[in-house]
Write a protein of this length. Structure first.
Length: 78
């Protein structure tokens, strides 16, 4: 089951951090199941895709910060 859209990035970031720690700790072993090896390959492919979208992601984050700042300023006017 996928993540709910309102917490998709939050949940996935936490799971990805867990994967990073597992990789750093050498938990990629020959004892992994076929499913885990396939998932590890998928993770690598998705990571490369995300890295290739770095500029778009940074732009989206910047726009969010600009919008949030504007909303806070408007809230403070009242």
């Amino acid at each position: 089951m996928g993540n709910m859209s309102y917490c998709r990035f939050e949940n996935t970031a936490a799971d990805l951090e867990d994967c990073v720690h597992a990789i750093e700790n050498g938990e990629m072993t020959v004892e992994m199941s076929d499913y885990e090896v396939d998932a590890l390959q998928d993770l690598l492919n998705h990571s490369l895709s995300i890295a290739a979208m770095k500029r778009e992601i940074e732009t989206a984050i910047d726009k969010w910060h600009e919008h949030d700042k504007k909303m806070q300023e408007e809230e403070n006017e009242y």
